[in-house]
Write a protein that binds this ligand. Sequence first.
Ligand SMILES: [Zn+2]
Length: 338
Amino acid sequence: MPTTAPQGAKAPRTAPRRSAKNTAPRGGIDLGGTKIEAIVVDSENTVLASARRPTPTAGGPSDVAAAMVEALQQACQAASVEPAALHGVGVGSPGVIDGDGAVSSARNLPGWDGKFELGSALSGQLGTKVLVGNDVQVATDAEFELGAGQPFESILGVFWGTGVGGGLILGGKPWIGRGGAGEIGHVVVVKHGARCPCGRRGCMEAYAGRAAMEARARRQVNKGKHTDLFRLMEERGRTRLTSAIWAHALEHGDKVATKIIDKAVDALGAGIGSAVNVLDVEAVIIGGGLGVRFGDPFAERIAAAMQPHLCHDDQPPVVRVAALGDLGGAIGAALLAR
Ligand SMILES: [Zn+2]
């Protein structure tokens, strides 16, 4: 079922050439709550070099911007190109982005309560133009143009990680609504249900987000249930339950982990299935740290969990894992700078 092509599927598109003259490399920076991933790509979107830095956990927006500059400089060095020689740099950032590259409501980032002129701060330090977009939407754009979404005209990107983000392509074009579309993590799957990191109740993310799942696992431990999750975390010198730790626990039959993940898959099925009922997209692309780590078997599980919620269950959308993996966000960001 997840691999059958829907009606209207078309041949893979070739990347549009916005400017035949522009052959200068471009930069892309994916700003995440945990890490900053910077890349340099050539005019065909091939990754020439990448660099990664942890996202600062203290300080404020200017400290985050400084770490982003360092990451991009490091990637540039590896690609033997000066930042100022880049055609431009694209940034995928959480939060609400205005037309001038200012970022507000980036609640996973330290001290980012107000609005910060991220685009101009980076541009000043890098010596090239900087364009800022929403992190999840640029990752969806990248999957649409270069990854698993290529055969389709309408896709829903679901990025299953610390939170659950969503991005939309409808009729071949990104749909951002009034700037706030795609918040699939906050569709309600249980009325008056579990408290979500967003402060509301019963959201899909309250069951499927890694942060919410970790809090759930801690409550199970406090109730005296046994799990290896936190022992694995300590052994690996981590401060949170990473995708790899969840995957390891599942592979070894950890009961607490299995139950929490089962619940997450159920929630994803209800939430994504409901969104599909509204949008009737051709394909759902599952990305994010957990989505990519768990891979095809979980794309199939999510497709099966969606099935009972679909009005048109004889015509389910294709469900695929994001093809660009960990670098998808940064590649999508670099697309902004064409
Ligand atoms: Zn929520």
